[in-house]
Design a protein around this ligand. Structure first.
Ligand code: GAR
Length: 217
């Protein structure tokens, strides 16, 4: 069976990219990364792609006066590589509705909060400051509004005593790295459908039966 062709877009370290690279290297994984695009030069994510033998392209937003022209260059790179699903993995540039609509239901993003809470930046600092008991991460289809769109998968991560933004980020990262390959696998296996603003799964997709209470009670 042919594998789903992924284009991964990054801006930095690329640990989520690495999780996808590792998953794609397992024999029966139903997707392959065909191109990695960074909007920043010299980032570690580009090195990770090169090391894995994946075409790694930098399309530096600073080289473009207009956002649309920058995005046209990204779109062309994605289509040149026959990408079927775009995975935003720490891509820290807002995308215009024009670009987002061209990839509607074919582009997903990972965000370090339990959306729709804590859109935007500094999610961990804000969650700790607010005293919420759970933080987490979300994978969602991308819509024109920032950090918005049908939700595919979420992990709830309890906030411990004396939690710091760094310790929380590290905990959440481990869940991100498990979730991204799992979410892509569900899509590649055709077990996911977008209906209006919701994701609908096929009946054989397992759902956790129970919730969590924090602190443990
Ligand atoms: C991840 O934590 C991801 O959730 C976040 O950037 C980090 C990238 O880490 N994305 C966003 O904040 C998007 N709104 P990585 O480069 O090590 O994968």
């Amino acid at each position: 069976m042919s594998k789903l062709r992924l284009g991964v877009m990054i801006s930095g370290t690329g640990t989520n990219l690495q999780a996808l690279i590792d998953a794609c290297e397992t024999a029966d994984y139903p997707a392959e990364i065909v191109v990695v695009i960074s909007n920043r030069p010299g980032v570690m994510g580009l090195e990770r792609a090169k090391k894995a033998g994946i075409p790694a392209i930098c399309i530096d937003h600073k080289d473009y006066d207009e956002r649309e022209v920058f995005e046209d260059a990204i779109h062309d790179a994605l289509t040149d590589h026959k990408v079927q699903l775009v995975c935003l993995a720490g891509f820290m540039r807002l995308l215009t509705p024009g670009f987002v609509n061209r990839w509607r239901d074919r582009m997903i993003n990972i965000h370090p909060s339990l959306l729709p809470s804590y859109k935007g930046l500094h999610t961990h600092d804000r969650a700790i400051e607010d005293g919420v008991r759970f933080a987490g991460c979300t994978i969602h289809y991308v819509r024109a509004e920032m950090d918005n769109g049908p939700i595919l998968m979420q992990a709830a991560v309890p906030i411990a005593n004396n939690e710091t933004p760094d310790s929380l980020a590290a905990k959440i990262h481990t869940y991100e790295h498990r979730m991204y390959p799992a979410a892509v696998k569900l899509i590649a296996e055709g077990k996911v459908r977008v209906s209006a603003n919701m994701v609908v799964f096929s009946d054989d997709v397992e759902m956790p039966a129970e919730g969590l209470i924090g602190p443990v009670a």
